[in-house]
Write a new protein. Structure first.
Ligand code: IPE
Ligand code: IPE
Ligand code: MG
Length: 254
């Protein structure tokens, strides 16, 4: 290996095509510094910028970030307001840079619940970057895995009522086609920062075979080296998809 290549840039193989991250620990990061929780969210936005750049540089195809869950409305109203404002200002501040970096932005979730100016900006940002061919950056906002399955079921029922689909036609593949992200590769690597080991209603359907990776690092501290460690852990795992280890090894060597 060339000495000019920093270790953090050494590519891990195979690379995940799609990384999904629960960005957790902003509040604790702030509390550890006797700052208001919202200071942690502001610092967390900087980590988003770092990790988007790192994924773009690594040629990751899709990065899905959990920005606001359907349960986060339960937080104190002032914190929710800061989160929504930060969402809009970050988006406004980053859109030009993202567009120039060839990033395609997508949003998933029931964002009709958001203030109108934020909804308008979401539509604008998606339109502006729609033709970009680099990293697809998916922001999950007012997203919940159960909401996703419910909206898919609702749309399947509409198709049945209109005669476009028969109940007997509803297979996992058909239901999948109605869920969010069905046009993208499924998440291969799920990362959760902040030490908790749970899914918190993230991509329940899509993560059926994602490799799970948990780290104690708080999201505002998360950096390129942490991402590299997660990718290295991913590369070291054998994904069997129900087969035996021997079957997979034989296929790999075929
Ligand atoms: C994640 O950090 C950010 C959002 C949920 C929006 P938290 O705010 O949940 O941070 P902790 O878990 O309280 O430390
Ligand atoms: C999950 O984090 C949601 C986001 C990161 C947006 P939470 O901090 O809300 O999850 P719980 O409540 O600890 O499960
Ligand atoms: Mg949390």
């Amino acid at each position: 290996m060339s000495v000019d290549v920093p270790m953090s840039r050494a590519p891990c193989q195979p690379l995940p095509r799609h990384i999904a991250i629960v960005m957790d620990g902003n509040g604790r990061w702030a509390q550890q510094r006797s700052l208001p929780r919202t200071a942690g969210h502001r610092e967390g936005a900087k980590a988003v910028r770092r990790i988007v750049r790192a994924c773009s540089e690594r040629d990751i195809e899709v990065l899905t970030l959990f920005a606001f869950s359907s349960e986060n409305w339960r937080r104190p109203r002032p914190e929710v307001e800061v989160l929504l404002k930060l969402f809009l200002t970050t988006l406004r501040g980053e859109i030009r840079r993202l567009d120039t970096a060839n990033v395609r932005l997508r949003f998933i979730g029931d964002y009709r619940a958001f203030p109108e100016n934020l909804q308008d900006y979401i539509v604008k940002a998606e339109r502006r970057t729609a033709a970009n061919t680099g990293l697809t950056l998916v922001i999950a906002a007012n997203y919940g895995g159960r909401w996703d399955l419910a909206q898919a079921a609702r749309r399947v029922s509409e198709a049945v009522l209109e005669g476009r689909l028969q109940p007997g036609d509803i297979t996992p593949a058909v239901l999948h086609s109605f869920t969010c992200l069905s046009d993208l590769p499924e998440p291969d690597l799920f990362i959760r920062t902040g030490g908790e080991q749970r899914i918190s209603n993230f991509l329940l359907w899509q993560m059926a075979y994602a490799e799970l990776y948990f780290t104690d690092r708080l999201w505002p501290d998360y950096d390129d080296g942490d991402l590299e460690s997660a990718c290295a852990a991913f590369a070291s795992r054998q994904r069997r998809f129900g087969r035996t280890a021997e079957q997979v090894a034989q296929n790999q060597h075929a």
